[in-house]
Design a protein around this ligand. Structure first.
Ligand code: FES
Ligand SMILES: [Fe+2]
Length: 422
């Protein structure tokens, strides 16, 4: 079933120019704009990340997650197929699944115990044929009631390299077309068919608009300035060899960077977040072991619009799922993983390097805070706008990091979709 009702929304917000280098604060503060984003980006025409196959290795394994704000369940059936069904009972609408993950034979809603297969088909309805009393059958479902008409809402599913995406829109283009050849190349670099191994999760709630996290990872300008850890220990610098690449429609991006071997340049030591006296207590945080599949770059940060970031920062690899909740907050779920054939030493290395990330990460704690403080300012003067003009006003791939082109690109796409008639 295709569940994409067309909704009518209020007029557009006002942009200062035809371009996208000045983004109205209202794009982050207006609840109706946000509702329209959910409709246009999360529920129609787009693929959203739901998880990794390695999270549900066995028949009956499931994981509860979201597409936009809608609760969904990713589940593996007895034939190994993966289904994604909406967590809304076909009877009276209860969100029946409360566990975050588990293993089941089927799904049973606690309210009136309607029962569904792992594929989401309705298979049992208590009292369907009524209840016998004094030789007479009372009640029951009408004779024209068909279980086949009342399954759970099923999403379209795409799997590639062990990653699972889903869409409420059964007419959505293929995942490969959606990503486009450039981003697909980097996707396949990370997810090249090897079995994945789940190492753990971080979860955090960030009180800011969901797009700010996309922007944060499309912004190669800040890591070498905001993040003391990166600047001081040299993992990300503005003079690293790098490329910024987008898909044709500029909604996805890859920031590709190769860690420099040069010493500290003046540009670095002059950055106020550089702390010359700072030392690592445990040098193993920087125990980096190059891996053949990197093929050169030491870090590739991929933003797949609208819902996910795929991270490779030296030996730490993770997915970061953006789960919007109202215009002013989102949950951010990190899944740290490795590969099934990793040695124990490599697993420990990946886990140690994961300390950079997550809510208390050496680097990522800073990002959560700047997003929160940005949102606070937007709410205080929604008539104002941001400025994303580093590198000019236009949108193009670059061979350097001193630009906000990826942010302008994302808003080019945003405007194209949001300003279109229904
Ligand atoms: S609401 Fe689920 S069985 Fe009634
Ligand atoms: Fe950052």
């Amino acid at each position: 079933m295709n569940e994409c009702p067309v909704t009518v929304f209020p007029p557009q917000i006002r942009w200062e120019t035809e371009g996208t280098s000045r983004i109205p604060f209202q794009a982050y503060t207006d609840e109706q704009i946000y509702r329209k984003e959910l409709d246009r980006f999360f529920y129609r025409n787009h693929w959203c990340y739901v998880g990794l196959e390695a999270e549900i290795p066995n028949a009956g394994d499931f994981k509860r997650t979201v597409v936009g704000e809608r609760s969904v369940i990713m589940v593996r059936d007895k034939d190994g197929a993966i289904h994604v069904v909406e967590n809304v009972c076909a009877h009276r609408g209860m969100a029946f699944c409360r566990e975050r993950d588990g293993n089941v034979e089927g799904f049973t809603c606690p309210y009136h115990q309607w029962n569904y297969t792992l594929a989401g088909d309705l298979q049992g309805v208590p009292f369907r044929r009524g209840v016998k009393q004094d030789g007479k059958v009372n009640g029951g479902m009408p004779s024209d009631f068909k279980t086949a008409d009342h399954g759970l809402t099923k999403l379209k599913v795409a799997r590639r390299g062990g990653v699972v995406f889903a869409s409420f829109d059964h007419d959505v283009e293929s995942l490969e077309d959606y990503l486009g050849p450039t981003i697909l190349g980097y996707f396949d670099r990370l997810f090249n068919g090897r079995a994945l191994k789940i190492l753990g999760y971080n979860r955090q709630r960030i009180p800011g608009n969901w797009k700010l996290m996309q922007e944060n990872i499309k912004d190669p300008y800040h890591p070498g300035l905001l993040h003391t850890w990166f600047v001081t220990f040299g993992l990300w610098r503005a003079d690293n060899k790098s490329q910024l690449l987008m898909d044709e429609r500029h909604r996805h991006a890859a920031m590709v960077s190769t860690r420099g071997t040069a010493g500290q340049s003046d540009q670095v030591t002059q950055v106020s977040s550089f702390k010359a006296s700072m030392q690592l207590n445990d040098a193993r945080f920087l125990d980096i072991a190059p891996e053949p599949w990197w093929g050169g770059p030491t870090a590739v940060m991929m933003t797949v619009f609208p819902s996910v970031i795929f991270q490779q920062q030296v030996n730490s690899v993770s997915t970061r799922h953006i789960q919007p909740d109202g215009h002013g907050a989102f949950d951010f779920v990190w899944t740290h993983f490795g590969f099934a054939d990793d040695s124990e030493e490599m697993t420990q290395r990946r886990l140690r390097q994961a300390n950079l990330f997550g809510p208390a990460g050496f680097v990522s704690a800073d990002d959560g805070e700047v997003i929160e403080f940005s949102q606070q300012a937007f709410e205080s003067k929604p008539f104002h706008r941001t400025l994303a003009e580093l590198g000019g006003h236009t949108v193009e791939d670059t061979e350097h990091m001193v630009t906000e082109t990826l942010i302008r690109g994302m808003y080019r796409y945003w405007r194209d979709v949001m300003e279109r008639e229904a």
